[in-house]
Design a protein around this ligand. Structure first.
Ligand code: GLV
Ligand code: MG
Length: 307
């Protein structure tokens, strides 16, 4: 499992940011050719991104390039230029504003052709699909099933709010007038269900008020509580907060490892399917919950502090 607690957006048009991103503790870095790059800068951004992939040191990070969406004239060249020149340095291609399964299938086919033509290993490059409008959300199950290359579904709140005419310009905040519940709950849960039913990760999108770290943490805690695996970060100051919020706590991690150990002993040595661990009854369902937390904790580099 790749850790994606923090996914740092880096504009492909800014060589200084491309350089700086390499030293930051984000789990994933995505080099952007889409909405953070002005139309006039798109072609130069491709060259910057290829150079950064070729010469940069991205050790320990999941490395992704976000191409332009399929309604533009740029997408095919984005994929071809970046993957032909630097496919071996790339973990995934992110496709924004995905509206149906066919768009993911298109990217899968193009990647397969480039891999064949350039001798890259078949099927190694993954796909991240952004769900950013009503069409994409309605089709999210089919999108999640569209390619074995898919690794994550990513919520794009800014584009999504525009698409459904939500009555606020502040991403992540509740629209004024909505006094009950959480206006994003349905969308987040819908994406999470589609992701989990196809063994994909679910990633929350950006929080644009980059000076408001408390606001960022509040929004991040919401999707982390539901089960999301991580969130975009737009600024270095958001990285540590995301890494902490999307990691299990040390107590939960220790508890999860203890359950796994006790349950393994119970089933293999004692041949029992339900046993007591302290005051708690554990069974196969407890093992599954513990496995999720232990896997996330290990991926986040936690080690056990209790035995
Ligand atoms: C991200 O791409 C967003 O639209 O929020
Ligand atoms: Mg977007």
């Amino acid at each position: 499992m790749r850790s994606r607690r923090s996914c740092l957006a880096v504009p492909g048009s800014n060589p200084r940011f491309l350089e700086k991103a390499q030293g930051l503790p984000a789990d994933e870095v995505f080099l952007d050719l889409e909405d953070s790059v002005a139309p006039q800068a798109k072609e130069e951004a491709r060259k910057n991104v290829v150079a950064a992939l070729r010469t940069g040191d991205w050790t320990g990070k999941t490395v992704v390039v976000r191409v332009n969406d399929l309604s533009t004239m740029w997408t095919y060249r984005d994929v071809i230029e970046v993957v032909e020149a630097a496919g071996d340095a790339l973990d995934c291609v992110m496709l924004p504003k995905v509206r149906d399964a066919g768009q993911v299938a298109w990217l899968d086919t193009l990647l397969t052709q480039i891999e064949k033509a350039t001798g890259l290993p078949a099927g190694r490059i993954g796909i991240e699909a952004q769900i950013e409008d009503a069409r994409g959300l309605v089709a999210v199950d089919a999108i999640a099933a569209a390619s074995p290359r898919l690794e994550t579904l990513v919520f794009g709140p800014a584009d999504f709010m525009a698409s459904v005419n939500m009555k606020t310009l502040v991403v992540g905040q509740q629209p004024p007038g909505y006094t009950e519940g959480d206006a994003y709950h349905y969308v987040l849960m819908r994406i999470l269900m589609a992701a989990r039913s196809h063994d994909l990760q679910a990633i929350d999108g950006p929080y644009l008020q980059i000076k408001d770290l408390d606001g960022f943490a509040k929004v991040a805690r919401r999707s982390a509580a539901l089960g999301f695996d991580g969130k975009w970060v737009l600024h270095p100051t958001q990285i540590e907060t995301a890494n902490e919020i999307y990691s299990p706590s040390q107590d939960d991690y220790d508890h999860a490892e203890a359950i796994l150990e006790a349950y393994d002993h119970a089933t293999t040595v004692e041949r029992r399917g339900a046993v007591m661990l302290g005051n708690e009854m554990i069974d196969e369902a407890s093992r599954k919950m513990a496995e999720v937390i232990a896997t996330k904790g290990r991926a986040a580099g936690l080690t056990r502090t209790t035995t």
